[in-house]
Design a protein around this ligand. Structure first.
Ligand code: GDP
Ligand code: MN
Length: 378
């Protein structure tokens, strides 16, 4: 789950990281009032789940409240990377003399949280990673101990020659790890960690992605979800208890089990097609889940054919078959359906499908080939 910058800033602030104050506005008038209250120059920042807002014109400095209102009026409603800006953050403008990058991600290669830092922070960190990877320093964190003081200081000294500043940065790194761990993040980032005119450090931008599996343990974090900023199909799927990820292809996939769903997408690609989604209807599929799944898949206009791939173990074939019959009764399907179904209650399932005018295959290769061909000719 992605958080907005203002939400991530709150978390970092609670963990003792120096984050300037700030408030969120949904209108130019509110922006003006906040800026007037803060006094002096402010920065107006688009709150969307995307980086690169600065380059897209979504981060603007304002000398006073009137200018803040004007910037807010422009930024609100703007589209950044396909996302409409509904809120802006108003914060006091910092005078920046240097920008560093601090980030922690779960690193699959080392199977540890990885602290990554660079003195070349700011808006071009992605380019630094590609063009000058030696400017990024890494520390694999042992989850039993976290980021230890001497490790943090060692890393911080690669960014700052000044010992007082390096100590302050080391403290921020340890606190960032604390926040990352406490909220169950898969990513926590400060970019820039700015050095301000008075020599202090301040986290001016924050990004946190929370591992969805942590949300049941953290209801207070689940409440931070902004469904208006997410793909409507993914929101609908989550509410229906389905694991769904929207992709760009034309073959809609409805599969039971995450592993089989991955294998199905691989095979769609192997036979020259492109999956329109990843969808796992889960183990014990009641017919209603199938109805929801088909509704979500058919709402995507780029879907040209739908492939069911069901391997009945705990999932009962007759449940899925009933779901397909119910759903197609309710939905007036406009695209061809290819069904591959095998395993538990297979005979019963095929009887239900045949009665309703569908046919089912038992061979996965054959079903995928047919679905890819139908998506192409449809
Ligand atoms: P991003 O582009 O989405 O990463 O948004 P950021 O919040 O990181 O802002 C982009 C850039 O705007 C930063 O790297 C800074 O250079 C600049 N910026 C952000 N806040 C301030 C500020 O308070 N004062 C000044 N002078 N520049 C800022
Ligand atoms: Mn940034």
């Amino acid at each position: 789950m992605n958080l907005h910058e203002y939400q991530a800033r709150d978390i970092l602030r609670r963990h003792g990281i120096p984050v300037p104050p700030g408030e969120v506005a949904t209108s130019a008038d509110q922006a003006r009032a906040i800026a007037a209250r803060l006094g002096g120059a402010v920065v107006v920042k688009a709150q969307v789940h995307a980086g690169g807002r600065g380059k897209a014109g979504g981060v603007k400095l304002a000398r006073d409240a009137a200018e803040a209102a004007a910037h807010a009026a422009k930024i609100l409603g703007m589209t950044i990377k396909g996302l409409v800006v509904q809120r802006v953050l108003i914060a006091p403008a910092a005078e920046i003399t240097a920008e560093s990058y601090l980030g922690i991600v779960v690193d699959r290669a080392s199977q540890r949280p990885m602290l990554m830092v660079s003195a070349a922070g700011g808006v071009d960190i992605e380019e630094v990673a590609v063009q000058a990877p030696e400017k990024i320093h890494r520390l694999a964190v042992d989850p039993r101990y976290g980021v230890l003081p001497h490790q943090a200081l060692g890393v911080a000294l690669k960014l700052y020659g000044d010992l007082t500043r390096a100590r302050a940065a080391a403290d921020i790194m340890q606190r960032l790890y604390g926040a990352f761990y406490a909220v169950g993040a898969s990513l926590a980032e400060i970019n820039p960690l700015a050095t301000t005119r008075d020599g202090a450090l301040a986290a001016l931008d924050a990004k946190i992605v929370i591992d969805d599996n942590e949300l049941t343990r953290h209801p207070e974090l689940a409440a931070l979800r902004d469904t208006s900023a997410e793909a409507p199909s993914e929101v609908a799927a989550r509410e229906a208890g389905l694991t769904f990820i929207k992709l760009d292809g034309s073959v809609g996939c409805c599969v039971n089990g995450a592993g089989l769903a991955m294998a199905t997408m691989d095979l769609v690609k192997y036979y020259g097609g492109e999956p329109a989604n990843f969808l796992d209807i889960g183990g014990s599929s009641d017919p209603q889940k199938v109805v929801s799944a088909l509704r979500i898949i058919t709402a995507d206009p780029s879907v040209r054919a739908i492939l069911f791939n069901i391997f009945g173990g705990i999932t009962r074939g007759d449940d899925v078959a009933n779901g397909i019959v119910q759903a197609t009764g309710q939905l007036a399907l406009k695209v061809p359906l290819v069904i591959r179904l095998t395993g538990t209650n297979e005979e019963l399932a095929i009887e239900i499908l045949t009665k309703a005018g569908f046919s089912a295959l038992s061979d996965m290769d054959e079903a995928v080939k047919q679905a890819v061909a139908k998506a192409r000719t449809a």
